[in-house]
Write a new protein. Sequence first.
Length: 174
Amino acid sequence: MADKNSIQSFLGAFNGGTRLNRFAVTTSGCADIINDDTRFHIRAAATPSSNIVPLNINYFGRTVPIPGERTYDPWIITVLDDRGTRELYKKFKLWQKSIVDYGTGATIDTSKIGACKWTLEHYSNNNTTNKKAFTLYQAWPIEVGAFNLDMSQDNVLASFQVTIAYTHFDFSHT
């Protein structure tokens, strides 16, 4: 009988684990600036999170939490400037400007957020089956982070963060 703490027992029970680098992000219906034809790479993304805010009711000297409204935290992605032209950074900035103007602060066109959805798919280790998928609806950039320049950084591709607001998401799991 094999020792249950042996490497053979461990490897026999190990299913390969979840790989963090097997994912893809796609968009559809977004502004004409970031559209379905705009291909870019996301270096990092987390699954979106949501919370159910408890409603506290006082009852006989105790606080009893009951489920309240669901809220959605902003979604942060790190976009890789793989073209070397800052083109993607410019596109995200133009998308923001198309919603609210930089100079006047006037809301210009809220239709730029209506049909936009982003999908994050997390793949299994063989890259063929989708383990999880999150689709975010009415998504738009609330923050386009700084494009940091640094002379001490050799052999590093530039990237920048974008914070996305959305109304809700759907989750599927296989």
